[in-house]
Design a binder for this molecule. Structure first.
Ligand SMILES: Cc1ncc(C[n+]2csc(CCOP(=O)(O)OP(=O)(O)O)c2C)c(N)n1
Length: 263
């Protein structure tokens, strides 16, 4: 801990004054700093347990990477270098809190008590992962970049409507995503929906998303399915997208009424 150094806090740009401040407990140089509300005082055993978690998830990751190299897995999304961010946030969650991972949060999965062998089925292509998200409060891995930020936002809106916030038995929601996802349309839409993007960054990006006000606009141009924008010959019907006669004239697609009617 840096002596006499106080943790930095700042409001995110464009965030209303009532919004929570970002709390930063590590300097960019990796130096621990003190904070009156967030001091950490672990016992030796707790430190040993956290360190054990780091070693275990790195070992599991190394083994899974080896399985991928041997052709046993089609692909493996390694957590190498993100162990502390995952174990730290995973162990900070209470049982009732809900986590929305990408495809790389094996350390958080481990902290939620899920058998760490379960993601191997997904990466081998034989199942979808297989754990019960409700039982473990850990959603299924999400391959579509940024999509889980919308799922987390909707979930946060739900617990907000249920009044499960601001008390000891209140629930928190955390969504993980990489820096590439920050420019995905899903992430931008979830950000525009949420009132309080109280957030923290992991080594390669994660954000805790909370929500306390409704969506501003139910349909935004940027959230239209890419297929609808790129393929005006597709039409949305109650049973899904159907292919229609390809247009020969250029039509405006800015109006939702036009691109959904297919006329
Ligand atoms: C909507 C969508 N577009 C493209 C991809 C292909 N894809 C898989 S991983 C990846 C990179 C994601 O980068 P980042 O969000 O930084 O996460 P990282 O994997 O680096 O943790 C992309 C583009 C995808 N899965 N989903």
């Amino acid at each position: 801990m840096a002596k006499g150094t106080v943790a930095r806090t700042r409001s995110g740009s464009g965030v209303a004054a009532a919004d929570p401040e970002m709390v930063q407990l590590l300097t960019p140089e990796g130096e621990r700093v003190d904070h009156p509300d967030y001091s950490v005082d672990f016992s030796d055993e707790e430190y040993r347990n956290l360190y054990r978690d780091l070693v275990v998830v790195r070992r599991l990751d190394a083994e899974s990477t080896a399985l991928q190299r041997q052709g046993e897995l089609g692909i493996w999304a390694s957590l190498l270098g993100q162990e502390a961010a995952q174990v730290g946030s995973g162990r900070a969650l209470r049982p009732q809190d809900m986590a929305f991972p990408t495809y790389r949060e094996h350390g958080v999965l481990y902290c939620r008590g899920i058998d760490p062998i379960m993601p191997l089925g997904l990466f081998r292509g034989v199942d979808q992962g297989g754990w019960d998200p409700n039982e473990f409060k850990f959603n299924m891995y999400t391959i579509v970049i940024g999509a889980q930020t919308l799922h987390a936002t909707g979930y946060a809106m739900g617990i907000n409507m249920d009044g499960k916030v601001g008390s000891d038995d209140g629930e928190a929601v955390i969504a993980y995503f990489g820096d590439g996802a920050t420019s995905s349309s899903a992430r931008l839409a979830s950000r525009s929906i949420t009132a309080r993007p109280a957030s923290a960054s992991r080594a390669s990006g994660s954000t805790a998303t909370t929500c306390s006000r409704p969506m501003r606009s139910p349909v935004r141009r940027s959230t239209m399915p890419a297929t609808a924008r790129a393929r005006p010959s597709l039409r949305l019907t109650p049973t899904g997208w159907v292919r229609t006669r390809r247009r020969t004239t250029r039509r405006a697609t800015a109006s939702p009424a036009r691109w959904t009617s297919g006329s």
